[in-house]
Write a protein that binds this ligand. Structure first.
Ligand SMILES: Cc1cc2nc3c(=O)[nH]c(=O)nc-3n(C[C@H](O)[C@H](O)[C@H](O)COP(=O)(O)OP(=O)(O)OC[C@H]3O[C@@H](n4cnc5c(N)ncnc54)[C@H](O)[C@@H]3O)c2cc1C
Length: 434
């Protein structure tokens, strides 16, 4: 068995085929098939796992798929752990897959799906591994319960991006990270009368395109150009019986569902056709950090809630409340900092004039804003030191964490923000993963 983990397959010049068989896709039938299959898998005895693993391995070999690693074999742990972003789910008590398959072609992906089904193994699809709850590499809540033996189909080698600048579109394989997509788009799009092409998605560099679009995809360009999912024009979906369906073949309901309906539910999206958006050659970036008393910082964040939504669509302005540590002195705990992150689609004069007029409390200084190209801003907002680093899949910021998002319907009161800042000052209980 092979265990190639490198993304040597990156080749922005490779053309993705868009032709698929004209088969009608019945979403309801598929979900019934999938749930029946899942029930059958969960009711099988754990002692059958070895048989199923051997069946999977033989099927892959017979199908010509060589790039996979079986549990217990050398290199397995390295491959499995490589894309795990939330280290909580790397702990020994979480069930591990019987195999990790890393297809290097669309055909290899189809065969991996078929082999997993014929071996009665559940499938977890992984693109970038940034699922907050480890959904791409755990089963049944993750605990070792003897049920649902599974296989991970990891798309990291399916990361090619082909840009067609003339039509402002790109086909990107799901295993590409967002920053690999940004890099390819920036390379291929030459400036045209002060405008170039960009992709609207998040700023975290190692998120995978597959999971990101499957969940929506919000980023610094979303106020102007909406979510990543809103800019998908077509997709190629491998269904439960190994067919490749484009938008027409899968139908509009399924095409709607795969763009924000949650990953891993509708099949494996092999590739996406993206609409690229026009961006000025020069954008402005700023990440001002402000320090002060808890009450002063709460006041600043409170004010931001009223300023942010009314800024022009060319402006993105987010804020982070930083966490403290229980070892801080009482004086330090009363002294907090908050960090704003901003991107403006225009020159710094525009950024300065609008922000100083609408948000004077922030006290912007010219030295805090920098002009750069969009792709440089992508690297900066991802915390990278250069554009070249965009093509690295290695995540430098793995963590043990629990994440929760919510929409705020009304502004949070100043007192509540102060209470949140005081709570964060105490830091999380240690160790985090207990
Ligand atoms: C540090 C960090 C920062 C983040 N910042 C943002 C942000 O700014 N904006 C934002 O919108 N989101 C953000 N997210 C959330 C992120 O977009 C989602 O967790 C996304 O699902 C991750 O995609 P992935 O491919 O990396 O994850 P994975 O763990 O690989 O996949 C996530 C889910 O999608 C499924 N899936 C993956 N690939 C496919 C595929 N090809 N076909 C079908 N299903 C698939 C998986 O099975 C799993 O259920 C952030 C997450 C992290 C960890």
């Amino acid at each position: 068995m092979a265990s190639k983990i490198s993304s040597a397959g990156i080749n922005p010049g490779v053309v993705l085929s868009q032709t698929t068989e004209p088969l009608v896709f019945l979403g309801l039938l598929l979900s019934i098939l999938l749930s029946t299959h899942r029930h059958a898998i969960e009711s099988l005895s754990p002692r059958d796992n070895g048989v199923r693993a051997r069946s999977m391995s033989s099927c892959l070999r017979a199908s010509g798929v060589r790039n996979f690693s079986m549990a217990g074999s050398p290199g397995y742990a390295t491959i499995f752990n490589f894309s795990i972003q939330n280290l909580r789910f790397a702990a020994p008590e979480f069930r591990k897959p019987e195999a990790v398959v890393l297809p290097t072609s669309r055909r290899g992906l189809q065969r991996a799906v078929l082999c997993a089904r014929s071996a009665s193994l559940a499938i977890r699809v992984r693109s970038g591994g940034h699922s907050y709850e480890g959904q791409s590499y755990t089963v049944s809540g993750g605990v070792l319960d003897g049920k649902a033996p599974f296989v991970v189909i990891d798309l990291m080698n399916l990361n090619k991006v082909r840009v067609h600048a003339a039509s402002a579109t790109a086909w990107a394989e799901s295993g590409a990270t967002l920053e690999e997509v940004y890099h390819a788009v920036a390379l291929a799009s030459s400036s045209n009368s002060n405008w170039s092409l960009a992709v609207t998605a998040a700023s975290c560099s190692t998120i995978g395109l597959g999971g990101h679009i499957s969940g929506g995809g919000f980023g610094p360009l979303s106020r102007k150009f909406m979510l990543a999912a809103d800019n998908v024009l077509d997709a190629l979906l491998v269904d439960a019986v190994g067919r490749v369906l484009d938008r027409r073949a899968m139908g509009e309901d399924v095409f709607w569902a795969i763009r924000g309906g949650g990953g891993g539910s509708w099949g494996v999206v092999y590739a996406w056709k993206l609409r690229l958006v026009p961006i000025p050659d020069t954008v402005t970036v700023f990440t001002p950090r402000r320090e002060g008393s808890v009450d002063a910082m709460a006041g600043l964040v409170h004010r931001w809630q009223f300023v942010g939504p009314d800024l022009p669509d060319e402006f993105y302005l987010s804020v982070s409340l930083t966490i403290g540590s229980s070892s801080l002195s009482q004086e330090d705990r009363d002294h907090r900092n908050v960090t704003f992150t901003g991107l403006v689609l225009g020159p710094k004069e525009l950024a300065m004039s609008v922000l100083n007029e609408r948000f004077p409390e922030l006290g912007f200084a010219e030295s805090e804003v920098s002009e750069m190209s969009w792709v440089e801003s992508a690297a900066r907002l991802a915390g990278l030191s250069s554009v070249d680093e965009l093509t690295s899949r290695v995540s430098k910021t793995k963590y043990y964490g629990k994440n929760k998002s919510d929409y705020v319907q009304q502004p949070i009161s100043r007192d509540s923000l102060a209470a949140m800042l005081r709570y964060l000052s105490n830091g999380p209980p240690a160790p985090w993963h207990d």
